[in-house]
Design a binder for this molecule. Structure first.
Ligand code: HEC
Ligand code: HEC
Length: 288
């Protein structure tokens, strides 16, 4: 539809921009690499785990070069180098191999990639978005960087689920639908903001209720309740206040929020994307 518009008709263009304005989304970027760049440097934020962090944020010239440790019982995991370096990165992997790694957690040699990469959500990435992410990974500068091997003192499952097959594109015309896709498969907001059951699975009946612990160089942070609960959640916040917390890490009372949430990535989301995300958060039933 968009391509058709680019070929010329002003009337169609106005109609489309009107439709998009009401939908709160915007014209999709041109190429898969552009879409992938917007996703990876925005809502998807692979670099929040895969780019080494210095005291002033991501280390320049080391984008996606890996090495960040995740020390959590029962594992010590190191984010992999996912730059196109052929020796220490993913330079020799085919597109299909990268897709299987991201969506199903399986390496080309058949071994399973361990936590904390959010495979439960990445299974829902659409075919087009996954290809865009892969196209973008291929475009970042290769960095030679060997990363220590992760140590899992637990048995990894045999697989994260049955083969995914194909996932259709999520329409960007309905903000709540697209916002749900952003908070789930794309941004895994709900991985961090949903409490865990004793068996380690997320308690989807309390989606967004928060309460998970994240320990790191920042100390200990507890994910907050982002449901519509008026007292403990975002029910009493304005849209602008929610946007500011997500993109700047500042609460309405001025309190600064801590990592590991990737505020500086979310800052680059477009107005339409943020609108869709907030529209979806507004639909989360109040949960204590
Ligand atoms: C919450 C942190 C986290 C996020 C977010 C994350 N990853 Fe990972 N990823 C890891 C860790 C840790 C490993 C290493 C796990 C292991 O050693 O088994 C890993 C491993 C990988 C591997 C396997 C590489 C290899 O050489 O074995 C690929 C490919 C990968 N990630 C791609 C991505 C992409 C693309 C994204 C964004 C769509 C992403 N990851 C988001 C933490 C994360
Ligand atoms: C890696 C884990 C992680 C991810 C991913 C994540 N968050 Fe958070 N978020 C947190 C933590 C932890 C806090 C609390 C930080 C603090 O208290 O300093 C937080 C705080 C917030 C707050 C502030 C709430 C309040 O009451 O102060 C909002 C809003 C929020 N997150 C929304 C989101 C949205 C929307 C996404 C997805 C785009 C997201 N988060 C992704 C971990 C995460």
């Amino acid at each position: 539809m968009v391509r058709l518009v680019r070929r010329g008709s002003v009337a169609a263009c106005l109609m489309l921009s009107g439709m998009i304005a009401t939908a709160g989304a915007e014209t999709p970027p041109e190429s898969p690499v552009e879409r992938g760049r917007a996703l990876v440097n925005g809502i998807v934020a692979c670099g929040n785990c895969h780019t080494p962090q210095g005291p002033n944020g991501p280390v320049a010239g080391r984008e996606l070069a890996g090495g960040t440790p995740f020390v959590e019982e029962p594992f010590t995991a190191y984010a992999s180098n996912i730059t196109p370096d052929p020796e220490t990165g993913i330079g020799r992997w085919t597109d299909e191999q990268l897709i299987a790694a991201i969506r199903e957690g399986r390496r080309p040699d058949g071994s399973l990639i361990g936590p904390p990469m959010p495979f439960g959500f990445y299974r829902g990435l659409s075919d087009g978005d996954l290809r865009a992410i892969v196209a973008y990974l291929r475009s970042v500068p290769p960095v030679r960087h060997s990363v220590p091997k992760s140590e899992y003192r637990m048995a990894l499952p045999a697989a994260y689920g049955p083969p995914v097959g194909s996932v259709a594109e999520i329409p960007r015309t309905d903000p709540v639908t697209y916002g749900a896709y952003m908070a789930g498969p794309l941004g895994h907001c709900m991985e961090c903001h949903t409490p865990m059951l004793p068996d380690g699975r997320l308690d989807m009946t309390r989606m967004g209720a928060g309460g998970r612990n994240f320990t790191g160089p920042w100390g200990n942070a507890v994910s907050r309740n982002i449901t519509q609960d008026k007292e403990h959640g975002l029910g009493g916040w304005t849209d602008a206040e929610i946007r500011k917390a997500i993109t700047e890490g500042v609460r309405p009372d001025g309190h600064r929020l801590s990592p590991p949430m990737g505020y500086h990535y979310y800052k680059s989301m477009s107005d339409g994307e943020l609108g869709a995300l907030v529209a979806y958060l507004r639909t989360l039933p109040p949960t204590r």
